[in-house]
Design a protein around this ligand. Structure first.
Ligand code: RB5
Length: 153
């Protein structure tokens, strides 16, 4: 596994630190885009550079943590080529890889325990994309990203 981009706000800070420990144990490289404390901050400030890193291919995948996972997923999905999924259990994480080739895992520090989050991360890291009909569907999403955007008059 190449580099993983990590990002968190205050609601996901503790979770991000636990994910770092897990990645260290598995010798998986990462770049930590912050935040670096549990002081209140704005999740877009940390999601943006981390999502850009995935979008531009400098990170193979990302794990973004906030309170609910929602804000991180919303920001991440603004970036071309990023497929972020908020996962609150192992089944969702597994499906996000098998069917959606999710390259960003969004986790909610107020939704899951640290132990459950670690199980989610492990299954998400270890599950490969199934391809086939799912690749055709992802191709349709890429086509949308590539299509000219309508302009407002
Ligand atoms: C911060 O209070 C919280 O809104 C944030 O962590 C996240 O849940 C947003 O989606």
């Amino acid at each position: 596994m190449n580099q993983i981009a990590l990002a968190a706000d205050h609601g996901g800070y503790e979770l991000k630190e636990a994910v770092k420990q897990l990645l260290d144990e598995r010798a998986i490289p990462y770049h930590d885009f912050g935040t670096n404390s549990d002081e209140s901050c704005d999740y877009p400030d940390y999601a943006e550079p981390a999502a850009r890193s995935v979008s531009e291919g400098n990170s193979e995948r990302g794990i973004f943590c906030c309170g609910s996972a929602a804000g991180m997923a919303i920001v991440a999905n603004k970036f071309p080529g990023v497929r972020a999924v908020a996962c609150h259990d192992e089944w969702a994480a597994k499906m996000s890889r098998l069917h959606n080739d999710a390259n960003v895992l969004a986790l909610g520090g107020r939704m899951v325990s640290l132990d459950e989050a670690k199980r989610i991360v492990i299954i998400w890291l270890e599950t490969e994309f199934e391809g086939g009909r799912h690749a055709r569907r992802l191709g349709k999403i890429t086509d949308m990203e590539d299509a000219p955007q309508p302009t407002s008059q």
